[in-house]
Design a protein around this ligand. Structure first.
Ligand code: GLC
Ligand code: CA
Length: 544
């Protein structure tokens, strides 16, 4: 298999607004990231993916960009960015930027021009249509609710947007748009950026007239052109496309080993296990271990040798894994470590979302006024409009909302969890006195040190990157087990998903001459798992 640095790497996602504030205005910033690089170095990660820090009106928390080549003043300026690149270089931490190429902000210069007149050279940078008998062009809906069409009276036309109206979709069928974006990406590559996460990349080739939003017919053609014109110029660049609607077949194209498209994609089948089936009101559905096994195994098996997986539980759009599936809070530490083992034992590139390495949990604000996410606010209004009570709406947002992941990083026990001395832009989770980085760094048995260890194991043992995956004990409803094997080594990973004891049968050879590389209990029995117990066994095959 071709050796790429990111195949043994672990990537850490920073949500800059909530990571660390350095000037006490209550908003995390680039200076804050720089101040915490030693922490990240101690954790041992190889790269950081930073959610958007470009100039933006912040309607969708930076995913609405008004200038791709400038830094938003809330985060600092370009000198801060250059300093961050320099400081990361010193520590061998690579920087991955978030590229939002599907849409811009309505405040972007291009859109401001585009809406001036139909013959403005920028008009065709976006997607405009006339109405149909005084109505919207068609019934396409935006992801955050409402029609995907927004009326501009001055022009007498509608424009297309898949998220908020302040995020008009770029017209990828216009060659000029694509060339502008490629130039911008090359400019960041020249500055020393070594990777990109591509926001909703499966939406770029939309065909609104055909009501096609996802996976448009020209999607892979565009991604190949993008890759050729930018990323392929530097072999060390890593790229991960967010593709919420992708199946295995398309993911194999995206992550083809010839490097013609991207390095890997984020697919969401294991997180959504239902999401799409409902009308966007019910996201997280009851947990089904057999379904989780089936989905994760399918991706492990199908991409083996042909593509590459990303591995993740958390990001800035998802509830926290230790709270996600009604996990028993009594076993928060055990289950945080168990989830980490299950994921880090697989083939792919693991992503850790800030605070996951501490076992940070969902937050439960009682009132909509404490929430900041536009998607949550829209959902709340929609639910009330459909006759749900306020309590029902809040309950759903507490369980599924994106702000669960966006509360301030819990650094220590001081005011506002050490995130800011000012007033945080969103309230911190009140549990920061029990869950924080300072305590965990001191405690060798903490979740933090457990993650450190898993990151190191991936570097020490080739089997983590190379081994072939095979699901074990498929019908077991209480635990998830799998084998990874190469010609010379093998791993056996077993994870309990129940809060009581459960029976397990671990292959004799691992008990006999295997090494227990990781376990979330100090002592364990060969045939029984304790609540949320997880283990990773390793053995050399020539020991036979
Ligand atoms: C992606 C981002 C999300 C954002 C959306 C629109 O899904 O992860 O945060 O709201 O795209 O850009
Ligand atoms: Ca700040």
């Amino acid at each position: 298999m071709e050796k790429k640095w990111w195949k043994t790497a672990v990537i850490y996602q920073i949500y800059p607004k909530s990571f660390q504030d350095s000037n006490n205005d209550g908003i995390g910033d680039i200076g804050g990231i720089i101040n915490r690089l030693d922490y990240l170095e101690e954790l041992g990660i190889d790269a950081i993916w930073i959610s958007p820090i470009y100039k933006s009106p912040q309607v969708d928390s930076g995913y609405d960009i008004s200038d791709y080549q400038d830094i938003d003043p809330i985060f600092g300026n370009m000198e801060d960015m250059d300093r961050l690149i320099e400081e990361c270089n010193k520590r061998n931490i690579r920087i991955i930027m978030d590229l939002v190429l599907n849409h811009s902000s309505d405040q972007h210069r291009w859109f401001q021009e585009a809406k001036k007149s139909k013959d403005n050279p920028y008009h065709d940078y976006y997607i405009w249509r006339d109405g149909k008998e005084g109505e919207v062009p068609n019934e396409m809906m935006a992801y955050f609710g409402g029609s995907a069409w927004e009326w501009v009276p001055e022009l007498g036309q509608y424009y297309f947007h898949q998220f908020t109206p302040e995020q008009p979709d770029l017209n990828w069928h216009n060659e000029k748009v694509r060339q502008e974006l490629y130039q911008m990406i090359c400019w960041w590559m020249d500055k020393g950026i070594q990777g990109f996460r591509l926001d909703v990349i499966d939406l770029i080739a939309k065909e609104p007239d055909l009501c096609i939003a996802e996976n448009g017919p020209k999607l892979h053609e565009y991604v190949r052109e993008l890759s050729r014109s930018t990323f392929q110029k530097k072999p060390e660049i890593v790229t991960v496309g967010e593709a919420g609607n992708t199946g295995v077949e398309s993911a194999l194209l995206f992550s083809a080993q010839d490097g013609s498209e991207l390095s890997m994609v984020f697919q969401f089948e294991h997180m959504d296990m239902a999401h799409k089936k409902e009308n966007q009101i019910n996201w997280v559905l009851p947990f089904d271990l057999l379904e989780l096994k089936e989905i994760l195994s399918k991706w492990q098996v199908e991409l083996y040798g042909k593509g590459w997986n990303s591995l993740f539980w958390d990001n800035h759009d998802q509830p926290r894994i230790v709270s996600r599936w009604d996990n028993d809070p009594t076993y928060r530490e055990e289950s945080a470590k168990m989830y980490a083992m299950l994921l880090h034992g697989m083939q792919g590139t693991p992503f850790i979302y800030q605070g996951e390495e501490l076992g940070m949990t969902n937050v439960a604000f009682d009132s909509i006024t404490d929430y900041r996410d536009i998607a949550a606010k829209n959902l709340y209004d929609r639910m009330l409009g459909r006759g749900y009570t306020k309590e029902e709406a809040i309950e759903l947002i507490q369980k599924d909302g994106r702000d669960n992941a966006r509360t301030p990083m819990q650094w220590d026990k001081s005011l506002h969890a050490g995130f800011t001395k000012g007033t945080p832009w969103i309230k911190e989770n009140p549990n920061y006195e029990e869950i924080n980085a300072e305590d965990e760094r001191k405690d060798p048995n903490s979740i933090f040190h457990f993650y450190r260890k898993l990151i190191q194991l991936r570097k020490e043992y080739a089997i983590f990157a190379d081994g072939k995956y095979c699901l074990q004990d498929k019908e077991n409803k209480e635990s998830f087990s799998y084998l990874r094997s190469s010609d010379t080594e093998e791993l056996y990973v077993v994870c309990s998903f129940v809060n009581g004891c459960s029976k397990v049968s671990i292959p004799e050879r691992f008990l006999k001459d295997g090494v227990l590389l990781a376990c979330n209990y100090e002592e364990s029995l060969p045939e029984q798992l304790q609540p949320y117990e997880g283990r990773i066994y390793y053995r050399k095959k020539n020991a036979e």
